[in-house]
Design a binder for this molecule. Structure first.
Ligand SMILES: [Zn+2]
Length: 117
């Protein structure tokens, strides 16, 4: 899939099940640093907001909740990391970009061949 592809709740569910993922970290608590997380139990999604300074039981969430969280991401690198955490197989525009940077640094030094073309 492409990183900009729209992801539905059913997509998230299917990706997690097929990749056998049962846990996706959400964000770190600003105070204690422990991570809240999404949990999958069979075909149900839960959100565990407890951390080291605040405890609560995991709450059920519909799959669209996770899909909306993915859709909210504006940083492509963060979005890519989240998609992969849910088990999506994503082509990596980020890796492609760093390859270009690498090529450029090489051509700056030794590759006079490419300049002659
Ligand atoms: Zn905390």
């Amino acid at each position: 899939m492409d990183i900009n592809e729209h992801v539905t709740g059913d997509d998230v569910k299917a990706a997690m099940i097929s990749a056998e993922i049962t846990e996706v970290t959400h964000h770190g608590c600003a105070i204690c640093g422990a991570f809240t997380r999404y949990l999958r139990h069979d075909e149900q999604l839960f959100y565990d907001s407890s951390c080291d300074c605040r405890s609560s039981d995991p709450q059920p969430r519909d799959w669209g909740n996770a899909a909306r969280w993915i859709a909210l991401q504006t940083d492509p690198e963060v979005k890519l990391r989240i998609l992969k955490a849910f088990g999506f197989e994503v082509e990596q525009p980020v890796a492609a970009r760093s390859k270009v940077a690498l090529d450029r640094s090489v051509s700056g030094e030794a590759s006079s061949q490419s300049r002659r073309e």
